[in-house]
Design a protein around this ligand. Structure first.
Ligand code: F3S
Length: 291
């Protein structure tokens, strides 16, 4: 049984960077507190908790002897300032792609322009971005919501980093009708999500069984599962190697593996190892060659 990994899988650049920054902070020796869960992966969070990382919900929960970490989604400047006031040190792990959206919004607002961000207003990334230009920014979920906006002055149109391109383009088009000048449209979508989906799609047609490793409630993992199921009916979303049922692999020649953007490498390695072990066992039982 051959185990094939998708060309792109697992931690995106921003999440990997954030985890590395937390690891570095642990090396300082002070307690490390992340504002909100660092990543949406239970197993990785448990590992970090064992190393001394705890999650807090409010800046007020951070004390003077602790290191506060801003996660990849970023925060408002007000929250950052409060953390700096309270913590021994602040580690800013905001993904540079998110920082770019914050800076663009801030600059447009300084110039007296409006900012339209296509995204989910309740998402922490969007709350952070709005904080950089609170008086001038509107977050809209889709083009329909643009109709509810007032007239816009020389608007900048940007996007939540994980949004679908189609939604962003529709919002940008709709903004034209509300604007007193041609909108400045800057596509700030990060390609990490799309790259993982494209790679999964490319592999799904070549395998008999597909395992997607990621949180059962993680939206990007659920989307990866849907992409794989389009071409491989035997696709399974699992969080740990223990969830692999050897019966599902009976007769499988090729098994595909991918992982959501919050799934750590060590978990992926464990899954691949278990798959290889199962493959070797069945080869052994059949008396055939062990790969
Ligand atoms: Fe950054 Fe893109 Fe990941 S914005 S946090 S690299 S999904």
């Amino acid at each position: 049984m051959e185990v094939l990994l998708a060309n792109e899988y697992g931690f995106c650049f921003g999440v990997e960077r954030a985890v590395e920054m937390v690891e570095d902070a642990l090396g300082v020796g002070a307690p490390v507190r992340t504002l909100g869960p660092l990543i949406h992966n239970t197993q990785e969070m448990q590992r970090l908790e064992c190393e001394g990382v705890a999650t807090v919900q409010e800046p007020s929960q951070v004390s003077k002897d602790e290191i506060a970490v801003i996660r990849a989604h970023g925060v408002t400047p007000q929250v950052q300032a409060e953390l700096e006031k309270r913590a021994a040190q602040v580690v800013d792990a905001t993904c540079p792609f998110v920082t770019r959206v914050q800076r663009l919004a801030e600059r447009a607002a300084t110039e007296g322009r409006h900012v339209v961000v296509a995204g989910n207003p309740d998402h922490p990334e969007m709350i952070g971005v709005v904080g950089y230009a609170p008086k001038n920014t509107f977050v809209v979920r889709d083009a329909d919501e643009v109709a509810n906006l007032p007239s816009l002055h020389a608007p900048l149109v940007v996007s939540q980093t994980t949004l679908k391109l189609q939604t962003f383009l529709e919002v940008a088009e709709a903004v034209k009708a509300k604007a007193d000048a041609e909108p400045q449209v800057v596509n700030t979508i990060c390609s990490a999500t799309r790259d993982r989906q494209d790679a999964a799609r490319a592999l799904a047609g070549l395998v008999d069984v597909f395992y997607i490793i990621g949180g059962k409630h993680s939206s990007n993992s659920i989307k990866l599962l849907a992409v794989c199921q389009e071409q491989c009916a035997e696709s399974f979303l699992i969080e740990t190697p223990q969830e692999i049922n050897p019966a599902d692999l009976k007769g499988a020649g090729r098994v595909g593996v991918t992982a959501g953007a919050s799934t750590p490498n060590w978990l992926i390695e464990q899954v691949v190892k278990r798959l290889r072990d199962i493959g070797n066992q069945s080869n052994g039982n059949n008396g055939s060659r062990v790969n």
